[in-house]
Design a protein around this ligand. Structure first.
Ligand SMILES: Nc1ncnc2c1ncn2[C@@H]1O[C@H](COP(=O)(O)OP(=O)(O)OP(=O)(O)O)[C@@H](O)[C@H]1O
Ligand SMILES: [Mg+2]
Length: 253
């Protein structure tokens, strides 16, 4: 069945509703952006530097407040009920913020307990670290000796254990080697199958086309294109990207 039709019967997990953000210095970073992401759907945001991708993600995390509009996670407003909304989302940033003096196992234990799950066993931690592809001899090593890809794997392990319905990823594959990048994409596809709603920003057009169900192109704070992967199946996404960026430039001139 067409996933569009199928999704119409499901409640969206991530919703941006006429979302705008003007920072204190008056720059309009986000301009009336709306989208929905359903269970089992991956939405990839593309767009140049400063387009508003991180701003969008930070609004869902309530790290900043919108100037107007709202964003919801599983029906809960990130603006009026931020604590409740945060329980429903896992987040992995480009530079995963974990404790360098803790081992992989200790980081998992710390962040999972912080998230309120007190009853997980060491075996469960080990099995999720295996699942994300961290080599076993690193499980009890301190993170300060880890490569970026290894830290990323710990971050996604924590996200998996949090078992939230929504996952936000800000440039998750940037700086990963091709093998780690491909493994990461496979993991995202598994999480999608488990019914997670995933919002990711990326500069990697090819990976976006591979993994995402819906692709959005942001330009100067606006969502200038939003298409289902099936709609762009036979089109060259790189050409489409260039066309939309150029179209915006013409309109702006
Ligand atoms: N804290 C802030 N204060 C003022 N302006 C900001 C702040 N954060 C972001 N901006 C501005 O908002 C706009 C959108 O930035 P944002 O970080 O969302 O872009 P992005 O799409 O994530 O870019 P990149 O691809 O470089 O990560 C930019 O013009 C940026 O300068
Ligand atoms: Mg960014």
């Amino acid at each position: 069945m067409d996933s569009n039709i199928e999704n119409n019967n499901k409640k969206p997990i991530l919703e941006a509703i006429n979302l705008s953000k003007r920072y204190e210095d008056n720059a309009l970073a986000l301009d009336n952006v709306s989208f929905t992401i359903h269970p089992g759907e991956i939405f990839a945001m593309l767009g140049g530097n400063g387009a508003g991708k991180t701003t969008t993600i930070n609004l869902f995390l309530n790290l900043i407040e919108p100037t107007s509009g709202d964003c919801k996670i599983d029906g809960v407003s990130c603006v009026s009920k931020p604590l409740e909304a945060k329980k429903k989302v896992a987040y992995v940033s480009e530079n995963v913020m974990l404790y360098p003096d803790f081992t992989a196992m200790q980081n998992l234990d710390f962040f999972i307990k912080l998230g309120g799950r007190m009853n997980l066993s060491k075996d469960e931690y080990k099995s999720v670290l295996k699942r994300v592809g961290l080599q076993e001899d690193a499980f009890n090593k301190k993170l300060k000796g880890f490569s970026k890809g290894m830290r990323q794997k710990c971050g996604i392990a924590i996200s998996i254990l949090k078992d939230a319905p929504a996952i936000l990823l800000d440039e998750p594959t940037s700086g990963l080697d091709p093998k780690a990048g491909a493994e990461f994409v496979n993991l995202l596809k598994e999480l999608k199958k488990e019914g997670k709603a995933i919002l990711m920003s990326t500069h990697d057009i090819f990976r976006a086309k591979d993994v995402a169900d819906t692709i959005g192109i942001m330009n100067k704070g606006q969502l200038v294109m939003k298409k289902k992967q099936s709609e762009i199946h036979n089109e060259d996404l790189e050409q489409l990207y260039i066309k939309y960026m150029a179209g915006y430039m013409e309109n702006a001139a």
